[in-house]
Design a protein around this ligand. Structure first.
Ligand code: FES
Ligand code: FE2
Length: 439
């Protein structure tokens, strides 16, 4: 692919001024698909718990390519890169014959996949099992047609992606060059994934889906931006779920692409330092149904502090961004994965999967579901984010070529911090993005 004109135009040093074209250039977006989503990155496809039984499958996306996540028989030890084999395969939903996107069911159970057009049949692992009239059709003594004698069925399966599973989270990559998933995520982020998932059996509580008319990176930025929650979100600043007077920490991996925003809620209410003049703060706002904030601390919230071994840390909220397309949210008792599926440079689908744990009491499950009302397309909190992302894209579009965002809260550096008055995580993501995109 020819490098778009734009690739030489990042004219400021560092990564604190992101040019508007990084969000609006259609050619650049095609290059992002190639370099990022189809390149050497692990992309989230789903949760193991979504396909519990042999033959269970679910459609998913890696970039704009539709894939099938499916549970196959496990291979004996030593045969695959993820040892022991999880049995989970990810194959592209595109027939090897004439390119048909053959699977139409969003989820289900199958013994094999059959393309409707000419009935080529694939095993769960994507290998071609058979095709009609391969050896032609007999007409008396002669045989008419069929595939050439050297047609090798083994060479014509579905595209098989590499798969890695961590604590029930399933990732896939098209690239042979992607490092192991553990290396990809890095030791800084891993303790925060372990805290939520390690050794736990998940339960699926439900989905939300929405389409947001903004560039996909804006959603990653939003969850790397600890500045806005206590300003944009009435709910957060008023009820103390996330605001600038809380003890917080910003963590990132060595490459700056993944991040964790960690914080601990307080009682909310008035505090001149963070509420005075903040129009989203509503001193008189109370809940008709207090159960929405009926927060019950859970034992797993407390872990040995990865930055201060020997002392504990008990956050009430952790927002994990795994580049390029996954957000993992713990906000008090509500848990979800949020998957970003790009749809062109100016739009993305946002898929929320709410989950809990197999040992939750029925009360805890109801509590998680009630608190999930803060999130999703119409969430008391998250509706604000979807809207402001649309407004951002509108602003970029109306200005055109020369504009850039200003992202210098807390300086222009890209290091971790022990507070939230900073845009460091956004800068570190764009420093990485610039390297991958060769801008
Ligand atoms: Fe799928 Fe022909 S296109 S079998
Ligand atoms: Fe937000």
């Amino acid at each position: 692919m020819n490098a778009p004109q734009t690739l030489s135009r990042w004219s400021t040093p560092g990564s604190s001024r992101v040019p508007f074209w990084a969000y609006t250039d259609a050619q650049l977006y095609q290059r992002e698909l190639e370099k990022i989503f189809y390149g050497a990155h692990w992309c989230y496809v789903g949760l193991e718990v979504e396909i519990p039984n042999l033959g269970d499958f679910k459609l998913a996306w890696v970039g704009e390519r539709q894939v099938i996540m499916v549970r196959d028989r496990k291979k004996p030890a030593g045969k695959l890169e993820s040892d022991p084999d999880s049995g989970i395969r990810v194959v592209e939903n595109r027939c090897a014959h004439r390119g048909v996107r053959f699977c139409q069911k969003p989820q289900g159970n199958a013994r094999s996949f059959v393309c409707p057009y000419h009935q080529w049949t694939y095993k769960l692992n994507g290998e071609l099992a058979g095709l009609p009239f391969k050896d032609g059709v007999k007409d008396g003594e002669c045989v008419n047609g069929g595939m050439p004698a050297d047609f090798d069925i083994k060479q014509h399966g579905l595209t098989q992606l590499r798969v890695a599973v961590l604590h029930g989270l399933v990732f896939a990559t098209f690239s042979d060059d992607t490092e192991s998933l553990a290396e990809y995520l890095g030791p800084q982020v891993m303790p925060w994934l372990d805290r939520i998932f390690k050794g736990r059996q998940l339960t699926l509580l439900g989905y939300n889906r929405q389409r947001i008319p903004g560039n996909w990176k804006l959603m990653m930025e939003n969850i790397k931006d600890p500045y806005h929650p206590g300003l944009l979100h009435t709910w957060f600043v008023t009820f103390g779920l996330w605001r600038a007077d809380q003890k917080s920490r910003m963590v990132m991996d060595a490459q700056g692409r993944h991040a964790v925003m960690i914080s601990r809620r307080n009682e909310g209410g008035q505090n001149a330092a963070v509420t005075e003049g903040v129009t989203s703060f509503k001193a008189n706002m109370t809940l008709h149904d207090a159960r929405l904030l009926d927060v019950v601390p859970e034992p797993w919230w407390t872990i040995d502090d990865p930055s201060n071994p020997g002392s504990d840390i008990t956050p009430t909220v952790t927002m994990i961004t795994l580049f390029p397309s996954l957000i993992i949210q713990q906000q008090v008792n509500s848990l979800s994965t949020r998957h970003i599926v790009p749809r062109g440079e100016g739009e993305f689908d946002f898929i929320w999967t709410h989950f809990g744990f197999a040992d939750d009491t029925p009360e805890m499950t109801r509590r998680r579901l009630r608190q999930a009302n803060l999130f999703g397309p119409a969430g008391f909190v998250s509706a604000d984010d979807g809207e402001v992302i649309e407004l951002s894209q509108d602003g970029f579009r109306q200005w055109g070529e020369e504009g850039a965002t200003l992202c210098e809260l807390g300086g222009t550096g890209t290091g971790p911090t022990e507070h939230m008055v900073t845009e460091t995580l956004i800068r570190s993501m764009y420093a990485y993005w610039k390297r991958v995109m060769s801008v």
